[in-house]
Design a protein around this ligand. Structure first.
Ligand SMILES: Nc1ncnc2c1ncn2[C@@H]1O[C@H](COP(=O)(O)OP(=O)(O)OP(=O)(O)O)[C@@H](O)[C@H]1O
Length: 207
């Protein structure tokens, strides 16, 4: 997956969050989007994912030299973020069945993913009854192990303890090959595996 941004800008009402952002995401690399709280990282990654419409500029997507329209980009991405909800009325097994109905996993079965997330004992538990750390491991497991060429992660270690952080780093590093990875963060350990950084504050409008 390759993404080219040309003069991208996003504003809410009269407030520009970022502007004049031209950048190229090269295939198979991992990028960290950096900036303090409220600087616009989530706004940026949601614009990149097609969830938000840019206020100016364009985004060009290419997968294996094929142009992808922004309306179709959701088919090519997996995304984990604190504000993206899991379907909590499902048990873990039901959720995986539902998820894989729409998007397949990367070379493993739902059962193997459950084992990889260390959630065997929660197989038949409702997701609403998971702890916050278990929910986060599930969100990350689904995102990392979905077979999509674009992996988007916003604040990936939210609610994780040290063991969970180590688990995330191990699995994201093992599964970054042959895909573009974009991580929004202001915590160094979340993006230590990234090749490039993009500081969103550099694209704040000059007051
Ligand atoms: N729907 C919205 N309407 C108006 N303003 C918004 C909206 N969403 C976000 N903002 C504003 O945009 C700015 C950037 O917010 P954003 O969530 O993108 O920052 P962030 O860098 O991801 O923050 P954090 O690190 O705290 O998650 C903030 O000032 C926020 O209040």
């Amino acid at each position: 997956m390759q993404i080219k941004l040309l003069g991208l800008g996003k504003r809410y009402n009269y407030d520009w969050i970022f502007r004049h952002l031209s950048y190229e995401f090269i295939p198979d690399k991992a990028y960290a989007i950096l900036g303090y709280n409220g600087s616009g990282k989530s706004t940026f990654i949601n614009t990149l994912s097609g969830n938000l419409v840019p206020s100016e500029g364009t985004i060009q997507y290419q997968n294996n030299s094929q142009t992808i329209l922004v309306e179709e980009i959701y088919r090519y991405l997996s995304f984990s973020a604190p504000y993206l909800e899991l379907v909590e009325e499902f048990t873990l097994t039901e959720l995986l069945q539902f998820h894989t109905h729409f998007k397949p996993l990367r070379h493993l079965t739902p059962n193997q993913l459950i084992e990889r997330m260390y959630l065997e004992k929660a197989r038949h538990k409702y997701v609403k009854d998971f702890s916050s750390g278990m929910k986060q491991r599930l969100k990350l497991g689904l995102a990392i192990y979905t077979d999509a060429p674009l992996l988007l992660l916003d604040e990936p270690t939210t609610n994780l303890d040290q063991a969970g952080i180590n688990w995330y780093l191990e699995h994201v590093s093992q599964n970054r090959k042959d895909r573009l990875v974009v991580v929004c963060s202001n915590i160094a350990h979340e993006y230590q595996f990234c090749d490039e950084t993009l500081d969103i504050t550099q694209f704040h409008p000059v007051k």
